[in-house]
Ligand binder design. Structure first.
Ligand code: DC
Length: 218
């Protein structure tokens, strides 16, 4: 039997991160947050003053920062050039800039290569936007999480301060449009993924539904 890869894709606020960590914990698997890698590169570009509106400026520097990512579901974290930036990558500044950076093909080529190397032989839960379609198309289990725009904005709002649910909803809609209409590896559900609407589900229910799929498909 080949080692297990569970691909968890979907837009922000769909409950991917908590569910992915919960599934990894329950099954004793590693956990990879690919969004954290895109955020880390974005943070570094902002620190360096790179013009993010200029894809050539972004791609010209894409190989410079060294990104380190932990795969322990109990202690996920990300470093840039050895510095822990796990908190810094969650700021509003990074969140509003990350879609532009992740649309640059050279950024994706670099990070997809690193993600595949980390996935290696498997035994891992991987969350992102293009895991089932591009990064790990051979994954045994592919889940595409969705939730109503209101539920997604409410969840994000509970994690942040200084914003409103309405403002969150507008910002998420902007990011969704950018992420799903970009040319390189857009956010799209894989043909063989199972769609899971989490609007009415709590975390425990989402995790047990994914565990059921793993059992069924493996
Ligand atoms: O999951 P997140 O919100 O932390 O992801 C941040 C951004 O990174 C998201 O807006 C799009 C991008 N991303 C991507 O393009 N591909 C992935 N596999 C993961 C994230």
């Amino acid at each position: 039997m080949t080692a297990l890869v569970v691909a968890m894709d979907g837009p922000s606020g769909s409950g991917k991160s908590s569910a992915s960590r919960g599934v990894a914990r329950a099954l004793g698997l590693r956990y990879l947050d690919t969004g954290a890698m895109y955020r880390a590169i974005t943070w570094w570009m902002l620190q360096c003053g790179v013009d993010l509106a200029d894809p050539a400026a972004v791609s010209g520097r894409v190989t410079e920062p060294v990104i380190g990512i932990a795969t322990d579901p109990e202690a996920p974290g990300v470093t840039v050039d050895g510095v822990d930036v796990s908190a810094e990558i969650r700021t509003h500044e990074v969140t509003s800039a990350v879609s532009a950076v992740s649309a640059v093909p050279e950024v994706r080529v670099r990070l997809v290569g690193e993600q595949r190397a980390i996935i290696g032989e498997g035994d891992i839960v991987v969350e992102g936007r293009d895991i089932g379609t591009v990064v790990a198309p051979g994954a045994a289990v592919k889940v595409y999480l969705t939730a109503s725009p209101e539920a997604r904005a409410r969840r994000r709002n509970a994690e942040l301060t200084g914003t409103t649910v309405e403002a969150q909803q507008t910002e998420m809609a902007r990011r969704d449009t950018l992420d799903s209409t970009r040319k390189a590896d857009p956010l799209v559900m894989a043909a063989d993924a199972v769609e899971l609407d989490t609007t009415e589900l709590n975390l425990e229910e989402v995790v047990s539904e994914v565990l059921r799929l793993v059992k069924e498909r493996n």
